[in-house]
Every structure is written in C-alpha cells, then in structure tokens.
Design a protein around this ligand. Sequence first.
Ligand code: TXA
Ligand code: MG
Length: 317
Amino acid sequence: MAMQTLYIDKSDVDNAVTHWRAGALVAFPTETVYGLGADACNGEAVARIYSVKSRPQFNPLIVHVADVETAQRYVQWSDAAQQLADAFWAGPMTLILPRRTDSPISELVSAGGNTIGIRIPSHPVALQLLRAFDGGIAAPSANRSGRVSPTLAAHVQEELGGAIAQIIDGGACTVGLESTVIDLSGAHPVILRPGSITREMISAILPVAAVEGESGSALKSPGQLESHYAPSIPVRLNATEVGEREALLAFGDVVPAGAATTLNLSPRGDLLEAAANLFAYLRALDNGYHQGIAVMPIPNVGVGEAINDRLRRAAHR
Ligand code: TXA
Ligand code: MG
C-alpha cells in the first residue's frame, strides 16, 4: 500500500517558504496529486507556473490555503461555501467563488475572470507548508500541460526536475485524482470537474446541477478540455479482451489473459483504491513497447464517475 509522509523537517519547510517568498516554484504533495506551487499574490511567480507547464494562458489556477480565515481574505464567502467547507474541508474539494474587490491574489490566477478557485488540502505536509507560508499558494498539478497528473515526487522530478527550485516529497498521494471543482459563483452550485467528493456526497449538503461539460456545454472549467490527461500511446476503453502488444489496465478479480503487461487498479474492485492507483499505473504502462493501453470497464458510480471522466480524456486524441 502506498504511503503518505506525515511531516517533513523544519529546514525543508523553511526552504520552501523562502523560495515562495522569492517568487520561485516549489512542487509539494497534496492528498489528490502533486501541485506546482507559487505565491498566488505574486504575478511574476504565477506567470512562471504557466511557462514551466507550457500551459495555455486561459486556464485559471487553484489557490491553496491552510484555513477558512485565509480563504476569506481572497474570495467573497457565502453560506453555501461555509456549508461545503464544514462538510469537506480540509479535503479534495475546490470551490469557485467571486474575487473580493480588494483581493491581493494575482489576476493571472483567475486568468482574466472574476472568480478564484480555492481549497484547503488535507495532506499533513501541505498543511505544514501552507501554515508556515501564511498565505495563498497557486498550484496546478505538477505535470507538463496535457500529461497525466503526478502522484509521486519521482513523477515531478521526471517531468519538471531542473526547471523548479524544490520538490517536497510527501510520499504517495492517497486520493490520486484531482479535486472535485464546484462552481459557487452562479445562482446554483455546478460541479465543473468530478472527483472523489462525489455528486451524491455534495447533493446531501446542497442541491447541485448536473455535471457540466458532459453534453458539450460552455468551456467554463478549461480542465474539462476533451484531451487533457493523455498518455503518449492510444488508450482503449471498456476492453473485454486484449492484444499481445497491448498493456492492460485491469479492474476487479476477473481479468482477460494475454496482455503484454497487466496492472490491476484494484483486484478487489474498490473504486477508491482504483482512483489512487490510476495516474501512476497509466504512467507505468505508457512506454514505447506497448501499442496501446486497454482499460477494463469501471463501474460509473461514486468515484467511478471521476475515474471514467479522466479515462475518457486519456482516450481522446
Ligand atoms: O487536486 C487538485 O485540484 C490539484 C491539486 C494540486 O490541488 N490541482 C489541479 O489543478 O488539478 P489544475 O490546474 O490541474 O486543475 C484545476 C482545475 C482546472 O480544470 C481549472 O480550469 C479549474 O480547476 N479552475 C481553477 N480555477 C477556476 C476558476 N476560477 N473558474 C473555473 N474553473 C477553475
Ligand atoms: Mg492538471
């Protein structure tokens, strides 16, 4: 079982804070995926994120904070935000809220819009860092644009090592899927990106509209771009048999034979375990030897909705 680090040395925390204050980039662990962090109030530092990731300029960034009081300095708080925060923070949920008119957060974080995505991660190392920094850290997933999100420090090292000041190793991400993004800036809450905080869980707190982006609706959350989480070889979904040059991403205890390589997301059919393994296994199977990756069907319930969302994007080319 993948392990999460509970705390890091004070000297590593001090280094990270020094880098952030100087406008440099530090990658850090969250419970979802690793983030590529910069001081959210420093426009030049935020711009550095876009250039290191080669990310299209229009994609807004999530601001990470240690507590609700800090969030309230940046966004217009609301009863709905408080209800969801009480239920799911610290945790894998991002709330999109209107900017405060006096918000010190760089406009680049909002990518020209008038909202900010904000979240309190639950990873103890992320909280250790955010408390020490005492402010907002803007961070997208710490991968190059269009690639799968990193769930180990080694993934970040592979893709971005050399281009950034520091990588904090917090072990394996326990959730493994990016946060659920909920837009609270309109009349009704809308789920912009499914995640491990499921629609069922959110609906128990607040009425929500259907998942956006499923039927070609407006591009509100650019993370909803069709091809976003992409291995370099073709991904084939709902596979019930497999070719000899194909890799198989399996699920459950009944697995077709004959694949060149098989990795099982969860032999016991546990969707949370599958989510935690998803990106690391896609990366491991994505190599020149395989013609493609065949993926077994994943039940579309609970976190399965988010897993299938990421798999559809990985398969789109
Ligand atoms: O779990 C996560 O959310 C990770 C960790 C590092 O926190 N972060 C992450 O960031 O996945 P990124 O940049 O790869 O994806 C952020 C998503 C994108 O789909 C982006 O469009 C959306 O959140 N988003 C951020 N701010 C937004 C805003 N103000 N309005 C609409 N969508 C926003
Ligand atoms: Mg990303």
